[in-house]
Design a protein around this ligand. Sequence first.
Ligand code: HEC
Length: 156
Amino acid sequence: MTLGERLAATVALCALLALILSVVACESRDTKEASAGAQPFSTFAIGPQPGPDRGLPRAENPYANDKTVLADGRRLFNWYNCSGCHGDHAGGGMGPSLRDSLWRYGGDAPSIFASINEGRQFGMPAWGTKIPRDQIWRVVTYIQSLRTPDEPDPPR
Ligand code: HEC
């Protein structure tokens, strides 16, 4: 092999190595960005979904119609200071009323769960990383009992 040939081979090898390294670097960067943007605690779809209706799984309230968790939901509502923004009996304050029949983001159980779990844009904190899912469902069940005869500790 002449010196020129050796040089050419070395250059080619370096170029190949650089290419492999850059591909590896790009891949790892992509993965990082994807995981930073993803919300691992979100389990159901929010907003319009692209493509045909694939029947995405709906979150089910494990305590639907379970009146035994209502008092605990009420306790947690005060404990986590939801009442600080939404009012003692959820009648509204800095945050909107959760007692009235108006919902900005939906009053069904999965929507209320999503509001609490993921937060909402105009000032509702995301609690999903702070509160166990089980407790969020208890609070959801309590909120859905407001203004019904089952409401624990109703306002006088
Ligand atoms: C720092 C104040 C603050 C705290 C604390 C807070 N919220 Fe909120 N919450 C808000 C605001 C403000 C909104 C309205 C957000 C919007 O319109 O985008 C909201 C919205 C909501 C909604 C959606 C209401 C609708 O009309 O769709 C629910 C449900 C809710 N909060 C429940 C809770 C629960 C349960 C807790 C306690 C775990 C809590 N919030 C704690 C400020 C707060």
